[in-house]
Design a protein around this ligand. Structure first.
Ligand SMILES: [Zn+2]
Length: 288
């Protein structure tokens, strides 16, 4: 397990303090007027990653997004919506603008994860060659410091990760590997929370926003789990609990706007791979 200490700063103190303020389930404190914008990662024409058995990521994302919306409406969050419901091919910039125009209070972009090509191996599944990697599994949550409510995004990411851990999900450290396409800052290692500033949907949205990778669909065992209704319901339970906590969180957090994310500690000595970093060019307008 990776471990390194996070320096205590005023930001961290305010973060911890505010986290303690959030009641777990007191019904009368929950603001059900909150609008949750749910983004289905990718689109039918650009469906994202391909799973170990050849199912596209968009199909996985759509299931979770629709289940989540259903639960939120049942919980009384009537203003919640799926961003690309009417136009599944909506470009990323428009998705953020759409959520901004609807004055959403929280944005959750739903994704399912893959790994870098070098880890993928071919195998035959139902007479077709597919690609898999069983090297990594688990969830990841991304926040962007370029989002004007970066600290509030981090607070929600922390709530979500805590709920996932309480339901025995595990985070994946693979996005921190110092190679092209990864090299993300792992802000909270034990909770799988990464900093990824360039993600369009996160940096262009005006409300707290996270990108949530539910699990790794190129992993053969994890794909099986992610395809099961029971497992999907557990993911929804974690999201729902985290949203309830967030909806009970004090709304007056404007003083946290436009402040940098927690200082990031030095990279841990034990990395996923001993390879040296390649050309560390800046990504622009990334979509996971
Ligand atoms: Zn994706």
């Amino acid at each position: 397990m990776l471990y390194f200490p996070v320096p205590i700063t005023s930001f961290l103190l305010s973060f911890i303090f505010l986290s303690l303020l959030a009641p777990s389930s007191s019904a009368e404190c929950i603001n059900r007027d909150l609008s949750i914008a749910i983004d289905v990662g990718h689109s039918p024409k650009k469906p994202g990653a391909s799973s170990a058995t050849g199912v596209n990521e968009y199909a996985f994302n759509k299931i979770i997004a629709e289940l989540l919306l259903k639960r939120l409406l049942m919980q009384g969050f009537k203003r919640s919506f799926i961003i690309s419901q009417r136009n599944p091919e909506m470009p990323l910039h428009s998705r953020a603008s759409f959520a901004n125009a609807k004055r959403a209070d929280l944005l959750i972009s739903i994704h399912h994860d893959s790994v870098q090509d070098k880890y993928l191996k071919p195998w035959q599944y139902k007479d077709h060659t597919q690609h898999y990697s069983n090297d990594f599994s688990g969830f990841s949550v991304f926040v962007s410091e370029h989002n004007r409510k970066a600290q509030q995004s981090l607070i929600f990411a922390d709530m979500l990760a805590k709920e996932l851990l309480s339901l025995d999900f595990s985070p994946s450290p693979h996005h921190q590997e110092p190679i092209e396409g990864e090299n993300r800052r792992l802000l909270v290692p034990e909770k799988g929370i990464y900093q990824y500033d360039e993600l369009v949907i996160l940096r262009r949205s005006k409300m707290p926003a996270v990108l949530f990778e539910c699990g790794v669909i190129v992993n053969q065992l994890e794909e099986k789990k992610l395809s099961q209704k029971v497992y999907q319901q557990l993911i929804i339970a974690a999201l729902e609990r985290a949203i309830l906590r967030f909806a009970a969180f004090p709304k007056e957090t404007a003083y946290l706007d436009n402040v940098p994310l927690l200082p990031v500690p030095e990279p841990p000595k034990t990395l996923v791979s001993p390879q040296a970093p390649k050309d560390n060019k800046t990504d622009s307008d990334k979509d996971e």
